[in-house]
Design a protein around this ligand. Sequence first.
Ligand code: ZN
Length: 130
Amino acid sequence: MTNKKNNLNLTPEQNYVTQKHGTEPAFSGKYNDTKTEGSYNCVCCGAELFSSSSKFNSRTGWPSFWEPVSKESVETQEDLSAGMKRIEVHCQNCESHLGHVFADGPEPTGLRYCINSVSLDLKPKDEQED
Ligand SMILES: [Zn+2]
């Protein structure tokens, strides 16, 4: 399998989640408990997807955000797999699978973007340069 969207060498786990719509085991992800300030970028293309300022502890075992960094950064689509009706979330730029969004999040959006750690690459604020 080659990835047509980019030339990154993904780990087997990153490939499974982002390209095959897999899900990492709950509480296994490296960003589940992360409170570092910064931006969470797409592991495949580097697009900025979520900010630490909208990350919250959902106690679900996956990094959770109540909104993406902008409406244009992610796209959603209905996912009827696994015998459930869910809304799948993927990177707008490269279509990598990120996770799902649920309507049980906190205010002000009431949304919970439940995202796999392996789909994300955290850029800590103090390491960012422009
Ligand atoms: Zn991407």
